[in-house]
Write a protein that binds this ligand. Structure first.
Ligand SMILES: [Fe+2]
Length: 394
């Protein structure tokens, strides 16, 4: 006699509705729908996880296609309990379900929206060095500003050699690239980059000549006494939003046209080829690379050349316009941090004979800064499906 194997729950209770391939529960914030395959895959119960690390132990591809509950109940104070048709029994806390609810409104509420800005911002968020290195609240304020504005200034950083590296290491890890770990920027007739001249530097991002350019740059002004040399910053994502709205065809060209870049010295030769604008899966800008000085000859089909230059002309004009460009003079001891896949930096020309000007800069990765932020906020412990309610955070 063939054994009866139910594929759908025959017993359920509580504010829960079982469908063919998903269930709906009434969470405190409203209805939420979860697929059976998703719930079974994300079980934390029994053998599903390496308990000491929270890593998935069960093999996702081995979950049966017709996975479904044979019994389930839900109580907002106790969570969701399911006996699955493969014999597994799992529980999911209400807090965990709320945190991972993937309905449209819940996903929208979790999404971080950066505060795009133009020159009307007036000045960047600024913080005292003592506060950023000295207490968690100060450090979080600085990291939050970076997350929102893509740039921030720390004032009163000691003007000592290598201080920018020590500061970076207090936040995460230095991203090493060719040329140097700590870059000295000052007038140098033998330098490998236009940064070592006294010329104007149009707003740009560094090292587009890497497939993954450094995503954070820290620039420490040890001394900035020369005439001129004002810093310029542009929120590249704000400019691109303008391009998307007002010049959608140009925006498309920037997303689709690969541009080759090169930065080299006597001993190094970095090269990469990528579109200036790269989007995430939801169409938001993820990476912006813009360096007038490092672009190599375009190498695309004939008919793509003029559309690219038409788009570039509009983009470059916006970037160099007073509308978007913030210009100000950093003083000795200022340390400027930029999310360098978003915010472009530059400087006005300076007079090298009029006074000393010496910067040191290092690169980091955005992921490490945001990891540090999550740790400081206490968000880094794995929130298991059975854990007690914890504050849901974006
Ligand atoms: Fe630069």
């Amino acid at each position: 006699m063939q054994q009866h194997t139910p594929t759908r729950a025959e017993h359920h209770r509580g504010p829960i509705r079982l469908g063919e391939r998903s269930l709906t529960v009434e969470l405190p914030g409203g209805s939420a729908c979860f697929h059976y395959i998703w719930l079974r895959d994300n079980s934390w119960s029994g053998e599903a996880r390496v308990q000491q690390t929270g890593e998935r132990k069960q093999y996702t591809a081995a979950i049966r296609e017709d996975i479904a509950p044979i019994a389930a109940h839900f109580d907002p104070s106790e969570g969701l309990w399911i006996e699955w048709n493969d014999g597994h029994v799992a529980t999911y806390s209400t807090a965990w379900l709320e945190r991972h609810d993937y309905s449209e409104h819940a996903r929208a509420a979790r999404r971080h929206s950066p505060r795009l800005w133009d020159a009307s911002l007036g000045s960047l968020p600024a913080f005292d060095h003592a506060s950023v290195v000295g207490d968690t609240e100060g450090r979080l304020a600085y990291l939050d500003a970076l997350r929102d504005y893509g740039a921030a200034i720390v004032r009163g950083v000691p003007s000592t050699d290598g201080e920018v590296e020590r500061f970076a290491q207090s936040l995460g890890h230095v991203r090493e690239v060719a040329f140097a770990r700590v870059h000295d920027v000052r007038h140098d007739p033998a330098g490998y980059n236009v940064a070592h001249t006294p010329f104007e530097l149009k707003p740009h991002t560094d090292l587009p000549s890497y497939s993954w350019p450094p995503s954070v740059q820290l620039l420490h002004f040890l001394v900035n006494q020369a005439e001129g040399g004002q810093s310029t910053l542009v929120d590249g994502w704000a400019v691109l939003e303008e391009m998307r709205q007002q010049h959608p065809e140009h925006f498309r060209v920037l997303v689709e046209t690969p541009v080759p870049y090169q930065l080299f010295s006597e001993t190094e030769d970095t090269q990469a080829r990528a579109p200036m604008v790269q989007l995430d899966t939801e169409g938001r800008v993820r990476t912006f690379r813009y360096s007038n000085q490092l672009a190599l000859p375009l190498d695309v089909p004939f008919e793509q050349v003029e559309p690219f230059y038409a788009a570039y002309r509009v983009l470059g004009s916006l970037i160099d316009s007073d509308r978007f460009k913030l210009a100000f003079k950093n003083t000795d001891g200022d340390l400027m941090t930029v999310h360098s896949h978003r915010v472009l930096h530059g400087r006005m020309p300076f007079e090298p004979g009029s006074g000393a000007r010496h910067l040191q800069d290092v690169y980091m990765e955005w992921d490490d800064l945001m990891a540090h932020r999550r740790v400081l906020r206490g968000e880094h412990m794995p929130l298991s499906a059975t854990a007690p309610a914890l504050e849901a955070t974006a």
